[in-house]
Design a protein around this ligand. Structure first.
Ligand SMILES: *[C@@H]1O[C@H](CO)[C@@H](O)[C@H](O)[C@H]1NC(C)=O
Ligand SMILES: *[C@@H]1O[C@H](CO)[C@@H](O)[C@H](O)[C@H]1NC(C)=O
Ligand SMILES: *[C@@H]1O[C@H](CO)[C@@H](O)[C@H](O)[C@H]1NC(C)=O
Ligand SMILES: *[C@@H]1O[C@H](CO)[C@@H](O)[C@H](O)[C@H]1NC(C)=O
Ligand SMILES: *[C@@H]1O[C@H](CO)[C@@H](O)[C@H](O)[C@H]1NC(C)=O
Length: 410
């Protein structure tokens, strides 16, 4: 169409344009099936994707997306089963005319070596798309090994995430499998009403920063029935996030389910509220449930419920850390993110370290309203009892709590 308009002969261009639009529609309607009660299905194959695992299909995906996005009848972008699609950075932008589905039944792979990037991005970047469903039995493989190596040698500053969603309302991600991202597997930023269900994430335990699902500045998020095995947090919840429920997640290996780190440089006023983690299994993770913040940060993190959790050889099953400092060289600083109202109920299993519970809060901004009820943690492969380390925290215990926890008056 652009070529026709470029000829400049306006009397010719209009009919030609119409003709081209009609034929394009006829082509996509013919190539794409219409299913009863649902919108048009736009297969990436109809937009010249090769699906051979070798040809870069990013353009074909973007063109398919653009057509489906302009459709006002609730269209589906279809990635067919039995094929593998090689993608580079692929931008799937909204706003779209109506709810849209991306059905990923085929497999998607990233390039097998470092691909040219100068800034943060993702393999699949959804931007400003409302009422989006991403579903399917396909796998998205980030082939991250060369990136991890490059990062570990301090040669790569930026690494691409696998799938990112930014600025969205109404998102459902179901059934897909994410593997070996160069960086985080799924990120959700500035989104509202998000459901992630039956998603699998798999990456080696020593792959750097390969969080399963990370979110920030988002609200009303539900993550259920997911299997996450990675090199970093299974789920991480960052500043500006409220009303998150994480339930029925198998986590491990990995670093656990984390809130934070909060209050780092560049965060003016941290806020995280109403986070529930329930009915989860942690296997061989670094922490179980954790709230971490930097010294000197500002803002608040409150109303947490961690309940019905099963820990197996988790280093620190219960962990609050107001002195987060991964490089271990942070000077003591005044102030901090105020952590209040965190309840830990029905948490059982084993720790791999003796100090299974760590609640380490600062003198200037102590933690308040910590509540432990029916906690039973034993030290894996040891007969000696587990211990708790409590610093500058106010709270209470009820029922049986093992290890023994004593809150002193502040
Ligand atoms: C998304 O869904 C909401 C709620 O049903 C609706 O108000 C809105 O118009 C929809 N937007 C699009 C682009 O489909
Ligand atoms: C979960 O996802 C997997 C992989 O796509 C699929 O095989 C399985 O049927 C799904 N389970 C449910 C309960 O939908
Ligand atoms: C989270 O669970 C709480 C308590 O059951 C419920 O009120 C809230 O609506 C849930 N939020 C989401 C996003 O699922
Ligand atoms: C807790 O995890 C262990 C190890 O994976 C498992 O054997 C056990 O059945 C789990 N318990 C519950 C109540 O899920
Ligand atoms: C506990 O012992 C078992 C069996 O020897 C071993 O596989 C496991 O790694 C040990 N766990 C810890 C935390 O030491």
């Amino acid at each position: 169409m652009r070529a026709a308009a470029g000829h400049g002969a306006s009397f010719l261009a209009l009919p030609l344009l119409l003709l081209l639009v009609v034929s394009a529609e006829a082509r996509s309607a013919a190539a794409a099936g219409r299913r009863k009660g649902e919108g048009t299905r736009y297969s990436v194959m109809a937009f010249h994707a090769a699906g051979d695992g070798k040809t870069d299909d990013s353009k074909a995906f973007e063109e398919t997306w653009d057509s489906a996005c302009r459709d006002s009848g609730g269209a589906t972008v279809y990635v067919p089963e039995g094929r593998t699609f090689l993608l580079g950075e692929t931008k799937l932008q909204g706003p779209c005319k109506s709810p849209i589905t991306m059905q990923v039944d085929g497999d998607i792979v990233a390039p097998s070596s470092i691909w040219g990037l100068k800034s943060l991005t993702s393999l699949l970047a959804f931007y400003r798309v409302d009422n989006l469903t991403v579903d399917g039995s396909g796998q998205i493989d980030g082939r991250g090994a060369p990136w991890w190596d490059c990062y570990n040698k301090k040669k790569c500053h930026y690494r691409p995430q696998l799938v990112s969603f930014s600025f969205c309302n109404g998102l459902r991600v179901t059934n897909i499998r994410l593997k070996d991202s160069a960086d985080k597997h799924m990120s959700v930023f500035e989104c509202s009403q998000v459901q992630v269900h039956n998603v699998t994430v798999v990456a080696p335990r020593d792959s750097p920063n390969t969080d399963g699902i990370t979110m920030g500045a988002s609200d009303h998020v539900r993550i259920s029935s997911c299997n996450i095995h990675s090199g970093d947090d299974c789920v991480s919840i960052l500043t500006g996030t409220t009303d998150v429920n994480v339930t029925d997640v198998m986590c491990g290996p990995g670093h656990g389910i984390s809130v934070g780190s909060l209050g780092g440089a560049g965060e003016k006023q941290t806020m995280v509220e109403r986070i529930t983690v329930s009915n989860c299994n942690f296997f061989n993770t670094m922490t179980g449930v954790r709230i971490k913040s930097w010294q000197g940060g500002r803002g608040k993190a409150n109303t947490f419920l961690f309940t019905d959790l099963n820990m197996t050889e988790v280093r620190y099953p219960i962990y609050i850390d107001q002195f987060y400092c991964p490089q271990g060289n942070c000077p003591e600083r005044e102030g901090g993110v105020a952590i209040t109202d965190a309840r830990f109920i029905n948490i059982r299993g084993t720790s791999s370290e003796q100090e299974a519970i760590q609640i380490l809060c600062s003198k200037s901004v102590p933690c308040h309203g910590i509540f432990l009820h029916n906690v039973d943690l034993s030290w894996a492969n040891h007969t000696a009892p587990t211990k708790a380390k409590i610093l500058n925290a106010q709270g209470r215990v009820a029922g049986k709590v093992k290890p023994q926890v004593r809150f002193r008056g502040l």
